[in-house]
Design a protein around this ligand. Structure first.
Ligand code: F6R
Length: 608
């Protein structure tokens, strides 16, 4: 994820910026850059690749002399990871320079508007729009220009800004993307995250949404969007650097679980426009969507599980037949493609060897391909005919959580879009589903509020040896993910079963106190799953159920119930997976395991 550091004070800025950026490396990035005021103008150096490249280019910062500057590590979202797309970005005469974290949702509209006024863009980024927009509004008062830009820009941002006319000042502003200001001994700081400046100060101000901070070497002043000064209290950071990297969370996995409302929002929002779904990057006309006769969703592991859910959503809503394939199987099974086939490859890393091979196999047969990928510029993103990015940000924990949630969102959006274009749903159904989609981030947030209850429950199962997850339809797809999460980080044997299949074999494994987790979110299948729960319960199982709020009936067949907020049945996976992730996390934590790095597993599986 992108990182920001800024410094103004009595020391040389560039070495401090490099040091600060190095403390953000753990977050993942693909390019880095710095801008420093040299006493006359603003100098800038940026490059794709690791921070080492920037260090070498500037000889540890010594070729960028000056006492104020801003630095950035970029995790590409808009535009591939290149030198030109790296931050900072200049305005036309290099007198204003910007670094940015977040996503500007209306950047295309703003870009067209600015191009119409003669502004020339050199990068593919959404950030460059901000540099030119600041230029457009700047009439000698930085605060005024920033507040005007804030009124125009939609999306999330944390910005660090230098104005050549105000060499003794750094400005920063945020909306929905973290930003702090730090008070040092011989200078002051801005940063996206505490670790970047912890070596220099523990006294920080947390900037609130739509607040602006003006930083000089000996003062910090805060303003609201209307340029009125606001008073703020500083906080003393007591964490050490490794806790600070995780923002106080014990493990990255928990941090990433908690980032899901934002990740879902970032993936969803830019594609919802004027009560419609607009997916420009899909590159398909309505005629081409109408011509789709079959979809293959191909992926590995958790990404494959999102495909299992998406099959129900595509088939149910858009009435297009879907086959979901494990990439390792698909690549060797010589599938028979018919005209109008679309192959969707789902991958967080974009580098999974089997998924990449499956993509190449499909392409070699002349089939249209679409990547749903998290890492911009990765192999699958580059090679697929089109790519729809999930904007989850980098995932560090090996077990996926937020990437999984955003993969679901991307596929819901596609299925809904296809259903609408193909006239399979009417406008009122479409609007009501958009409404339900928009509620998901808050509903996920709500479920995260229950973590103590789930931790308490998880602590009872630290010594258990076998767990079974059961469900029907989409609930079966959720079971697959719940089971994988548990086994990969807790080393407890678990299996997911389509509930109706139990009595064809697996039920013989149920003993006294075996934990069975039943997913019961699909109304038309309630009764069927309830009778499967009864079957295992009468054989001694302890049944934990995850169901929709109001389904009190379930209490007769379960020993422990977790209720989910109401949503459209097609979207319940996005909610039901949250308690299952938390359950796995707390079992692993309780067993004293390394939650983020489970044995034998790698984050990106680049071998067959
Ligand atoms: C499980 C997990 C893996 C990945 C799988 C695919 O928590 O993370 O099962 O989902 O290895 O990886 P990507 O999505 O990078 O292709």
């Amino acid at each position: 994820m992108c990182g920001i550091v800024g410094y103004i004070g009595e020391q040389q800025a560039a070495p401090i910026l490099l040091d600060g950026l190095s403390k953000l490396e753990y977050r993942g990035y693909d390019s880095a850059g710095m801008a420093v005021y040299n006493g006359k103008e603003i100098d800038m150096v940026k490059s794709m690749g690791k921070l080492k490249v920037l260090e070498e280019m500037t000889h540890g910062g010594s070729t960028l002399p000056g006492f104020s500057g801003i630095g950035h590590t970029r995790w590409a979202t808009h535009g591939s990871p290149t030198d030109v797309n790296a931050h900072p970005h200049y305005n036309k005469d290099s007198s204003i320079v910007v670094v940015h974290n977040g996503i500007i949702e209306n950047y295309m509209k703003l870009r067209r508007k600015l191009e119409g006024k003669g502004y020339q863009f050199v990068s593919e980024t959404d950030t460059e729009v901000l540099a030119h927009l600041l230029d457009y509004y700047y009439k000698g008062d930085p605060l005024d220009a920033i507040s005007k830009v804030m009124y125009w820009v939609e999306g999330s941002y944390a910005l660090g800004i230098l104005f050549q006319d105000f060499p003794g000042e750094i400005y920063a502003v945020r909306k929905d993307s973290p930003l702090i200001a730090g008070q040092g001994k011989d200078g002051n700081f801005i940063a996206s995250d505490v670790p970047a400046i912890l070596k220099y100060t523990r006294d920080v101000y947390f900037i609130e949404n739509q607040e602006i901070v003006k930083v000089t070497k000996d003062s910090l002043n805060f303003y609201n969007i209307d340029k009125e000064e606001v008073q703020k209290e500083s906080s003393r950071i007591e964490w050490d650097i490794s806790a600070a990297e995780k923002e106080g969370y014990e493990y990255f996995m928990l941090k990433e679980i908690y980032e899901q409302p934002k990740a879902v929002m970032d993936t969803l929002h830019p594609r919802l426009k004027d009560q419609d779904i607009v997916i420009e990057e899909l590159g398909m006309t309505d005629e081409e969507i109408l011509a789709v006769s079959k979809i293959y969703i191909v992926a590995c592991g958790s990404a494959y599980h999102t495909g299992v859910t998406a099959k129900y959503v595509f088939e149910g809503l858009a009435r297009i037949p879907v086959e979901v394939d494990l990439a390792s199987e698909f690549r060797y099974r010589r599938p028979i493609f018919q005209p109008g086939t679309l192959v969707i490859i789902v991958s967080q890393s974009g580098e999974t060897a089997d998924s990449l091979a499956a993509l190449r196999e499909a392409k070699s047969c002349g089939v249209r391909t679409l990547g749903i990928v998290n890492v911009v510029g990765s192999s699958i993103a580059r090679e697929a005919d089109n790519v729809l990015y999930t904007w989850a940000g980098p995932e560090i924990a090996v077990a996926t959580t937020k990437a999984y949630s955003t993969q679901l969102i991307a596929q819901y959006l596609l299925a809904l879009k296809f259903a609408k274009v193909r006239n399979e749903i009417d406008d009122s159904q479409f609007q009501s589903m958009l409404y339900d989609l928009e509620k998901l981030p808050d509903q996920i947030e709500f479920l995260l509020g229950n973590k103590e209850k789930i931790q308490h429950f998880a602590n009872r199962y630290l010594a258990t040896e076998h767990v079974f997850f059961i469900g029907r339809g989409i609930d079966y797809a959720i079971s697959l993910e719940g089971s994988l999460k548990l086994k990969e980080i807790s080393y407890i044997h678990s299996e997911a079963y389509a509930a109706g299949e139990l009595k064809h074999g697996t039920i013989s494994l149920i003993e006294q106190d075996t934990l069975v987790v039943a997913l019961v979110t699909q109304k038309e299948l309630y009764k069927k799953t309830l009778s499967n729960m009864q079957e295992v319960r009468t054989r001694g199982a302890f049944v934990m159920a995850v169901t929709n709020a109001g389904n009190k009936e379930v209490e007769k067949s379960a020993d422990y119930v977790i209720y989910l907020p109401e949503t459209n049945p097609y979207f319940t996976n996005s909610l039901a997976v949250i308690p299952l992730q938390l359950f796995s996390y707390y079992v692993s934590l309780g067993k004293g395991l390394d939650v983020d790095k489970p044995r034998n597993l790698a984050k990106s599986v680049t071998v067959e």
